[in-house]
Design a protein around this ligand. Structure first.
Ligand code: AMP
Length: 495
């Protein structure tokens, strides 16, 4: 069964009911079917062939959703790009995925063979054939590509198929959202290129409405949640902190049944405040690009004081194991790497067979790179990441990438980039550099502007005479991080 067939069936069943809302624009299920058919046909008429990659660089909104599912119907492979990244980052992903087309709002970072500006979409849709667009493809072929970073900092694309998508939908419907019905409403306040996008199909397939906010602000979120009677939402931990800072949140009468959060560690203090203010609606999701948001979940009733630091239990169709350095499966309480297996995992990295072989075992177990432990009842506790990836505001920052930019400055000889704990952003990017010529921290931060997306830019830079090194001369990020944290604690205890 293909995603496209499921969409068509739901659209026929729920016809005139609202499927999608953005501001004052409402699209019914029947219209959604129609728009995605026409656009899918128009894209094929432009010369795209099933299996071709199409990069999409659009803001959160109805247009982006229509494009995503037109691609699904036409058998084209979606490559969503995050608007907050720089043109250089976009250009890399467009080239690496060998995208034949780019659908974009604003300046295109590069001009692939086919470039479609968002303003052209209505014309394309009008011209596209209204016949049902249904391209049959092998369900094991790529359905979408999701970019991740990996330990070296070079982004890699994760290949997700029709099958991985179906597993994600099934896990969501069974474990998270078993009561969805045509009166349910999903509020997308976080980018649909990331976690929030995973909630779209479960709602659509059950006749529920998806409301898309162009941009998250606490006020816009509260207003939309009340106005549309939102029953489900997904926020990254940073957004929850921001929402709790907003005085109006405490008085809001939110109809939310589930406030899902995840994608990054959450501070327990934030979670406690959230539960006090918004009630027992919090649901934690743990996943990664390689196994999208569906490894474990912590249900609202499991948010008890002793479990607040847990990421929950595996979804119905998911296996999870913690293994030691030697590959041995560990018992309760023992700390090791988290592995997962099941139909929810990626098929591999796009055109990187060696990386794939290192990440997925022959018997299907996927190495997550996360370090954790499981308790007697099967609850997973995540401790750290095996590599040094930083997650700031829900977005990944790979230290190496930031270091490379700092090192391209003529005065910088060495650089180490680490994440420091931050109540609001989860982590904030900090750097320590060794210089060969005079340069101020402000000057170096300024240098990173324009060369790195805002969320990757160091918030703080220190200049040290030398960096701590390992025996083989590699700079030790962990030691740098520990020294920065100790120094800030000293300042705090003095202040
Ligand atoms: P990404 O591939 O961008 O989705 O990042 C995935 C990584 O984010 C995971 O491997 C974890 O390290 C982290 N992560 C995701 N969800 C959670 C969670 N609920 N709690 C702690 N860390 C998480």
């Amino acid at each position: 069964m293909l995603i496209a067939d499921l969409i068509r069936r739901a659209c026929r069943q729920y016809g005139r009911a609202p499927a999608l809302i953005e501001g004052d624009r409402v699209v019914s299920f029947a219209e959604f079917d129609h728009l995605t058919d026409r656009l899918g046909n128009a894209l094929l008429a432009r010369g795209l062939r099933p299996g071709d990659r199409v990069a999409v660089l659009l803001p959160n909104g109805i247009d982006a959703v229509v494009v995503y599912y037109a691609l699904a119907k036409a058998g084209l492979v979606r490559v969503p790009l995050n608007q907050r990244e720089t043109s250089r980052e976009h250009a890399f992903k467009i080239e690496d995925s060998q995208a034949r087309a780019l659908i974009h709002a604003g300046e295109p970072p590069v001009e692939p063979e086919i470039s479609i500006e968002a303003g052209e979409l209505p014309r394309l849709i009008d011209r596209g054939s209204a016949a049902p667009c249904a391209v049959t493809r092998d369900p094991d072929e790529p359905y979408r590509l999701a970019y991740t970073g990996g330990t070296t900092g070079t982004p890699k694309a994760v290949v997700l198929t029709n099958g991985t998508e179906l597993a994600e939908i099934t896990n969501f419907l069974v474990d998270l959202l078993p009561n969805l019905h045509p009166g349910s409403v999903m509020l997308h306040a976080a980018p649909i290129t990331h976690g929030s996008g995973a909630f779209f199909l479960p709602h659509l397939l059950k006749g529920a409405c998806n409301v898309v906010l162009p941009r998250f602000t606490p006020a816009a979120f509260l207003e939309a949640a009340e106005r549309y009677r939102a029953t489900t939402t997904f926020l990254v931990p940073t957004m929850i902190s921001m929402l709790l800072e907003e005085p109006a949140t405490a008085d809001a009468k939110l109809p939310l049944e589930r406030l899902c959060y995840g994608g990054a560690p959450i501070a327990t203090s934030v979670l406690r405040r959230g539960l006090d203010t918004l009630g027992p609606v919090f649901t934690q999701l743990y996943g990664q690009a390689e196994a999208p948001l569906a490894i474990t979940c912590l249900q609202p009733y499991e948010h008890t004081p002793e479990r607040l630091t847990s990421a929950g239990k595996p979804y119905t169709l998911v296996e999870v194991e913690v293994r030691g350095e030697d590959g041995r499966s560990l018992g309760p309480g023992e700390v090791g790497e988290v592995l997962t297996r099941g139909p929810h995992t990626m098929r591999g990295y796009w055109r990187r067979p060696e990386e794939t072989a290192k990440t997925i075992e022959a018997d299907g177990w996927l190495h997550t790179g996360d370090i954790g432990r499981m308790d007697e009842q099967g609850y997973l506790y995540l401790l750290d990441r095996r590599n040094d990836m930083i997650i700031s505001g829900g977005f990944n920052v790979y230290p190496r990438e930031v270091e490379d930019v700092l090192l391209s400055h003529p005065a910088v000889v060495e650089a180490a980039v680490v994440g420091l704990p931050d109540e609001k952003w989860g982590e904030r990017v900090a750097a320590v550099v060794v210089t060969r010529a005079p340069a101020t921290p402000d000057e170096l931060i300024e240098y990173c502007t324009g060369r790195l997306a805002g969320f990757k830019r160091p918030r703080m830079i220190e200049i040290w005479p030398e960096l701590p090194k390992s025996a083989v001369g590699k700079s030790l990020r962990r030691a740098v991080r520990d020294r920065l944290i100790t120094a800030s604690q000293k300042v705090e205890s003095r202040g």
